[in-house]
Design a protein around this ligand. Structure first.
Ligand SMILES: Cc1cc2nc3c(=O)[nH]c(=O)nc-3n(C[C@H](O)[C@H](O)[C@H](O)COP(=O)(O)O)c2cc1C
Length: 350
């Protein structure tokens, strides 16, 4: 009976509804309720927001870690502004020092570099910011804290700096050559890619920009061939070639990084930027790769969540297969749009 009702809704109710919904927002809301298409993503966003906003400030609480990252980033932006204001960050400096204090107790070395960065930026901030009733109490609190473990060992301070501006030895022609060489490679040699090669590419990927420097994703690398092929067969777009994957990476976004649903797309933007850098870094090491779409389809979501043991706030952004290209395999031509099709300068009307 339930499946009959579902079938009737899908066949007779939803198709005209989504067409009309384009014109009437209320119908779009009704479509949302009955179609269920957006349900998982919507719930995942709310799940992440709940986790983030109920961050316990316990050591190793991911929500707190993301908040510290964002706030230290905001402090650095305040430090580099020209002209710099005498007083800034009044509304979040107290929280930032409180979170820093709690995370200092985290014995996990994994966050030691974050704490070093937070320490150095906070120290710099308090050395330049003027006295203010909202700033002076956290200033005193910070001054009384012990230094973090990485703070004492590293001599260099991780604070705003003037970047190296000596010309790079990489030309636009080099970059064009790389962009032309990288094509989606779907056929690989039966040969493992050393972890050092993959790690090196990830070192490049993790330098990519991310909103408020949150870096809200992980690269789940499956270089166990059986596992790579099993998980690689879950997305729909791999039919016919997942059986030759030597390695698969699933980029998993973490919606726990955000206090508001307004940032719900950022995992995809940040994950996508990192993916591109990763692919270029693989390519220059002779490793081919192919992005694989992650469709928002409930049964597949469940399968992937089970395979990788993902929480509800974790969402696959995309998968990337990689391996040494099979020299006998071909790649699609994949004609690219002309510059005229994608580029406009100062265009302000349709
Ligand atoms: C987000 C995304 C999803 C993709 N999904 C698939 C996929 O599921 N299966 C596949 O064979 N290729 C997939 N591709 C690869 C595209 O088909 C490919 O990038 C496009 O045709 C252009 O070819 P090129 O990468 O060789 O330039 C995907 C690419 C992107 C960026």
């Amino acid at each position: 009976m339930r499946s009959l009702i579902k079938k009737l809704i899908n066949t007779y109710f939803l198709p005209p509804l989504w067409r009309l919904a384009v014109w009437w927002p209320l119908l779009a809301d009704i479509y949302f309720v009955f179609s269920g298409t957006f349900r998982r993503e919507h719930r995942a966003v709310l799940h992440g927001k709940l986790q983030h906003t109920s961050a316990t400030k316990e050591a190793d609480d991911q929500g707190s870690i993301y908040t510290l990252r964002r706030n230290v980033h905001r402090l650095e932006k305040g430090l580099v502004y020209r002209p710099r204001r005498d007083v800034f960050a009044r509304d979040y400096i107290g929280d930032t020092v409180a979170i820093y204090q709690v995370l200092l107790q985290d014995p996990n070395e994994r966050i030691a570099p974050l704490l070093k960065w937070a320490h150095d930026v906070l120290k710099e901030y308090f050395s330049v910011v003027a006295s203010d009733p909202a700033i002076d109490p956290p200033r005193e609190k910070f001054a009384a804290l012990p230094p973090c473990s990485a703070c004492t060992s590293a001599a260099e301070e991780w604070i705003p700096y003037q970047r190296d501006s000596t010309p790079l030895n990489i030309t636009i022609e080099d970059l064009e050559k790389l962009a032309w060489r990288r094509r989606s490679v779907r056929w690989y040699q039966d040969k493992p890619v050393p972890r050092e090669v993959i790690d090196r590419a990830m070192e490049v990927a993790k330098l990519s920009p991310s909103a408020c420097n949150r870096q809200p994703f992980e690269f789940r690398v499956l270089d166990d061939v059986e596992l790579a092929r099993k998980v690689g067969a879950i997305p729909m777009g791999t039919t016919g070639f997942s059986q030759n994957f030597p390695c698969l990476v699933v980029i998993v976004g973490d919606l726990n990084a955000y206090f508001s649903e307004r940032d719900r797309h950022v995992i995809y933007v940040d994950g996508g930027l990192a993916a591109m850098a990763f692919q270029f870094a693989l390519e220059v090491q002779g490793v081919g790769s192919c992005c694989i779409n992650w469709p928002d389809i409930e049964p597949l979501e469940k399968k992937m969540a089970k395979a990788l043991n993902l929480d509800y706030n974790h969402r696959p952004v995309m998968c990337i297969s990689l391996g040494y290209p099979d020299p006998t395999g071909t790649v699609p031509y994949s004609q690219k749009k002309s510059l005229d099709e994608i580029r406009s300068y100062n265009k302000v009307s349709k």
